[in-house]
Design a protein around this ligand. Structure first.
Ligand code: GLA
Length: 378
């Protein structure tokens, strides 16, 4: 809970109290990876870790952004809202830019940010910032924007201002998730349903393993996967890979590598639907199997895993997890494992020991409890 921290930092910066404090969480995608930009299905839940912003309007039409974590302050005028500008503040300035592009009037403001979402771990630390800032600006300017539209505007900031060609998964999760539920989202028409994810009631926990491995080529590989999917859709003559109904027939028309990319997306969409059915039926054993199958598909067909996440998944499963998979864009980051409550410590210890044996450094483990989405705190 970083509310006191951002309020104190805001007062130190401006000499007065903020008009409010807003928070938006990071997310874990339970299943449905690299399906969002293929008009497919995703099933994320919100983490307790969140980005917090304290904010108040200014009268001079300028925006001052302060990061408590980085101990840096940046001030921008309207002419300095330039897409592609580098730096941490692009996640905040991008939101102002996206709102203005959409025709909203956005007054100047002082905004102070702090976050406890791990950076670069595939837990959507950037979407958390965008969605918290979006919530703050929507309220400060009386914009009355619906939650789904807030998510879309936050994604516009990410795509068009920051310059990352992502789907809607992260911003939708940060904005729309509610506690104790996963968000089943159809990324074609954006219909959604809150699916109860009462793991603790079933004697289970979602153990998160941050492998602390990150690869610098993530952005390029992400764009390359997306391009492969678009090429496959062109070859197959479908609007998006969501529309592939006969996988074998599709594979017969595709080069081998693109075929494997398509197989991941098509089978992953099916796994999301089956996971929702498993959750509705309280069948966590089946959910675990689907998670592990998803990981294998990401490893073998989509080729977005690497040594540390593969080792974490294999070790967690060997140590008794019902299932495990990497979450997020890929090439490192976090693994989630569905584990019986009494086995959490043993599974975490096994993964840590396996990492030590493989000279992979010390992973960070914590429990992923499904938490609330973006909200105003004061
Ligand atoms: C990143 C992107 C999301 C999604 C995932 C993969 O988190 O931001 O839009 O594509 O990767 O599922």
């Amino acid at each position: 809970m970083l509310t006191p921290k951002v309020i104190a930092a805001f007062s130190a910066l401006t000499g007065h109290d903020p008009a409010g404090v807003w928070a938006a969480p990071g997310r874990i995608n339970l299943i449905g990876e690299h399906t969002d930009y293929n008009d497919g299905f995703v099933l994320p839940f919100a983490l307790p870790q969140a980005a917090y912003v304290a904010a108040a309007p200014r009268t001079d039409g300028r925006w001052r952004f302060r990061s408590v974590d980085l101990d840096e302050t940046v001030e921008l005028g309207q002419d300095e809202l330039v897409p592609g500008s580098p730096g941490w503040h692009s996640y905040l300035a991008g939101v102002v830019w996206a709102l203005r592009q959409a025709g909203h009037t956005v007054a100047g403001a002082d905004v102070v940010l702090a976050s406890d979402v791990p950076l670069g771990a595939g837990l959507s630390s950037s979407a958390a910032i965008e969605c918290a800032v979006l919530a703050a600006f929507a309220d400060l300017n009386g914009l009355g924007i619906e939650p789904l539209d807030r998510a879309k505007l936050a994604r516009t900031a990410e795509n068009a201002y920051v310059g990352a060609p992502t789907g809607l998964l992260d911003q939708a999760a940060s904005t729309l998730c509610i506690a104790d539920h996963a968000l089943f989202l159809d990324c074609r028409d954006f219909a959604s349903r809150q699916v109860p994810l009462a793991v603790t009631g079933a004697g289970l926990e979602i153990l998160v393993v941050d492998t602390r491995t990150r690869h610098s080529h993530v952005d390029g590989e992400y764009a390359a996967r997306r391009a492969s999917c678009e090429e496959a859709s062109r070859i197959l003559g479908v609007p998006a890979l969501r529309d592939v109904t006969d996988l074998d027939a599709a594979l017969a028309h595709l080069p081998e590598l693109i075929g494997r990319r398509v197989r991941h997306v098509v089978t992953e969409n099916a796994r999301v639907l089956e996971s929702v059915a498993a959750l509705d039926a309280g069948d966590y054993a089946r959910l675990g199997e689907l998670m592990t199958a998803s990981h294998a598909s990401m490893r073998d067909d989509y080729e977005i895993t690497e040594t540390s996440v593969d080792l974490a998944v294999a070790t967690a499963c060997d140590a008794g997890a019902l299932g495990a998979r990497m979450t997020g864009g890929g090439f490192g980051g976090c693994v989630l494992a569905l584990v019986r409550a009494e086995q959490v410590d043993a599974v975490a210890a096994s993964v840590t020991a396996a990492f030590a044996e493989a000279s992979l450094g010390v992973p960070v483990t914590f429990l992923g409890r499904p938490s609330a989405g973006a909200r105003r705190l004061s």
